[in-house]
Design a protein around this ligand. Structure first.
Ligand code: UTP
Length: 299
């Protein structure tokens, strides 16, 4: 049975949808309450048994390295002030058995190209790809569910969810037939299709567990109309030689790459956050009770 020890976090995109917030700071560092998106993603991977975190970074992304690095100055000040639990919070972001490796993608040439940058570090092992702007909540965590499916079937696994409305999928859409209640044998995958061309209503959520064969297929992918090499066509090409499964994960997806998804995550997480849930809930109810409509527009 193959185990999954490595995860790739592509964080080298140019983040156009959150400009100007992302002009000098990566979208993966946007916080939902008090934790950046990338930390939620890393914690999910660690819960799934991943011990090697490979970040594909680019211009302006150094702050992600700093976030997962030791921070002696901050810790020293917190301990000197007797704030032990905060010092532990800052210290223990990645456990000692987990290593972080950073690879630079010189140009943002697409998600597929970013994954290809990890090839030498992955070698011949299966690996996970985690897109941090999809914040996934599940119990067990979604990547753990996927590793379980991967180990059971020894096949690449893509996380999917059924979407209801047009444009609900920001990545690819799969076609295929159900094998099991939540497992679909994939027969096609299309990158962001027009609604009439979508092969099904199952859209890809930003989690993959892939066989290393995907690298050979990535090498054959031609750049799209924007000059980017995408991951979706490589997976489509892989279908010719091996089985790929889609898995309807148990949990909830927040598409934090969009303003709406980011706001939904913030509100839901605030309603459960131990410091603020009561007061925020009360404020929200009062606000909703009194709100017939927005009083102004923020630009
Ligand atoms: P997106 O399609 O979300 O693009 O990339 P983006 O640049 O991050 O954001 P928008 O759409 O312009 O707002 C999907 C994932 O692939 C990574 C991104 O960081 C994101 O996690 N990516 C994309 C790379 O690492 N390199 C690239 O060249 C492109």
């Amino acid at each position: 049975m193959l185990a999954v020890h490595k995860a790739v976090f592509p964080v080298a995109g140019i983040d156009t949808r959150f400009l100007p917030a992302t002009k000098a700071s990566p979208k993966e560092m946007l916080p939902v309450i008090d934790k950046p998106l990338i930390q939620y993603a890393v914690e999910e991977a660690i819960d799934a048994g991943i011990t090697e975190l490979i970040f594909i970074t680019g211009r302006g992304k150094r702050v992600i390295e700093d976030h997962f690095d030791e921070s002696y100055e901050v810790e020293r000040v917190l301990r000197a002030r007797g704030l032990q639990s905060l010092a532990e919070l800052v210290h223990g972001i990645t456990p000692s058995n987990v290593s972080c490796i950073y690879v630079r993608q010189a140009e943002p040439l697409g998600l597929g190209h970013a994954v290809l940058c990890a090839q030498k570090l992955i070698g011949e092992e299966p690996f996970a790809v985690v897109l941090a702007d999809d914040l996934l909540e599940g119990q067990p965590p979604v990547l753990e569910q996927m590793v379980h499916i991967f180990s059971h079937y020894d096949s690449s696994v893509i996380a999917v969810e059924e979407f209801e409305s047009e444009g609900a999928c920001s990545h690819g859409v799969i076609g295929g037939r159900h094998w099991d209640e939540r497992v679909i044998s994939v027969s096609s995958i299309v990158e962001k299709p027009a609604p009439q061309d979508a092969p099904s209503a199952f859209g890809v959520a930003g989690r993959y567990v892939l066989m290393p064969a995907v690298f050979e297929h990535l090498r054959g992918v031609r750049p799209d109309a924007h000059g980017e090499i995408q991951l979706t066509p490589a997976i489509h090409s892989m279908l010719e030689t091996e089985q790929v499964l889609a898995y309807e994960f148990i949990g909830k997806r927040y598409d934090c790459g969009t303003k709406l998804g980011y706001l939904q995550a913030t509100v839901d997480f605030a309603l459960r956050h131990n410091e603020v849930h009561d007061t925020f809930d009360a404020w929200l109810r009062q606000r909703m009770g009194g709100a017939a409509g927005a009083s102004g527009t923020a630009h």
